[in-house]
Design a protein around this ligand. Structure first.
Ligand SMILES: NC(=O)c1ccc[n+]([C@@H]2O[C@H](COP(=O)([O-])OP(=O)(O)OC[C@H]3O[C@@H](n4cnc5c(N)ncnc54)[C@H](OP(=O)(O)O)[C@@H]3O)[C@@H](O)[C@H]2O)c1
Length: 302
């Protein structure tokens, strides 16, 4: 057992997604289905993925991010979650994203029309074995306005299929649009220490102002995105990691959590060792000087 093994998600603190309290370190399910979820590569080892999910919950993770479109040839993230974790613990919050569409061959199709979103929500319900979803994000694809799609999800919320709503892949104007329609409890955007972005900085700030969670994706993967964890770490990340005796991935996660109490983490992994590390990153406290160094490196990456 390592020192990291002893640290649970509680160490990261808590945030409320609407009325649902979650630890700030959560888990992203996209990496459970294979080495590259969106391709037809090698499917994951089923037993290992199930073990990672059970270990995550054992380590206090109570916020899991998933989607029906996270599947490889033989694995579905939602089916793995259902098999590993149901009957679900009372405090577990499962967030699903809808909007993007993949056919049975895994090819990306056109994104859902507003009237198709009910079917997408129901697909998640069936796969997860639930009768309502705790949190559903509208993942904006190319639409300029989110009003029609978000309005359709707001109706499903009224109908009791969804408890809380979020939006993903958005700019400040989309957040303003959505807030006119229904409460938004969470925004999920791409955000990382090696990826400067004034628009996302502004979204993060606005979320803080409105008491909305900001949930970065690709915080560990960084610039390499869906291809997996980056190995091109800035010197500042490496030196902070050395100073704390932790990995660069842990510094990357800790840096995101230091951006505000409303920032949550959903690092994705199919590797039990990485899971332990990622949960432990919630206990990592960076000094002001370290944060300034990381912020400076980020600004220069632009
Ligand atoms: N809203 C959206 O559009 C959107 C888009 C993409 C993803 N997401 C969500 O966001 C979550 C996070 O994104 P993500 O999973 O792609 O990215 P991530 O957490 O930034 O990085 C995951 C990648 O890094 C590796 N990794 C994880 N922990 C590591 C560690 N401690 N040390 C070294 N490598 C590590 C993983 O490989 P191993 O499996 O080998 O650890 C995987 O390749 C996803 O799971 C998904 O739920 C949302």
């Amino acid at each position: 057992m390592t020192a990291d093994d002893m640290i649970t998600a509680e160490a990261s603190g808590t945030w409320k997604l609407g009325d649902l309290p979650v630890h700030r370190i959560g888990f992203g399910a996209m990496r459970l289905t294979g080495s590259a979820a969106f391709h037809h590569g090698t499917p994951s080892d089923r037993g290992r993925s199930l073990a990672v999910l059970r270990k995550a919950v054992g380590l206090g993770v109570n916020h899991i991010d998933t989607a029906a479109f996270y599947f490889s040839s033989l694995r579905s993230a939602n089916e793995l979650i259902n098999t590993a974790l149901s009957p679900y613990p009372d405090d577990l919050v499962i967030a699903a994203k809808v909007g993007p569409y993949r056919d049975h061959h895994g090819e990306w199709g056109t994104s859902a029309r507003p009237d198709q979103l009910r079917g997408h929500v129901e697909e998640n319900l069936r796969q997860l074995g639930r009768d309502h979803l705790d949190l559903v994000y509208l993942r904006r694809m190319r639409q300029d306005s989110v009003a029609e799609h978000f309005g359709a999800l707001a109706e499903l919320r009224e109908a009791g299929l969804i408890r809380h709503l979020g939006i993903s892949g958005v700019e400040p104007r989309h957040l303003a649009e959505a807030l006119e329609i229904a409460p938004v409890v969470s925004v999920q955007n791409r955000y990382a220490v090696d990826r400067p972005g004034p628009v996302d900085d502004e979204v993060l700030r606005l979320c803080g102002e409105h008491g909305i969670a900001f949930v970065p994706f690709y915080a560990v993967a960084g610039e390499t995105g869906e291809r997996g964890a980056t190995t091109a770490h800035d010197d500042a990340v490496l030196s902070v990691a050395r100073a704390h005796g932790v990995s660069p991935a842990q510094v990357r996660i800790a840096w995101t959590l230091h951006q505000g109490p409303h920032v949550l983490a959903i690092p994705g992994t199919g590797n039990p060792g990485h899971l332990v590390e990622n949960v432990a990153a919630g206990a990592l406290r960076l000094t002001e000087e370290e944060r300034a160094r990381l912020d400076e490196a980020r600004a220069q990456a632009g």
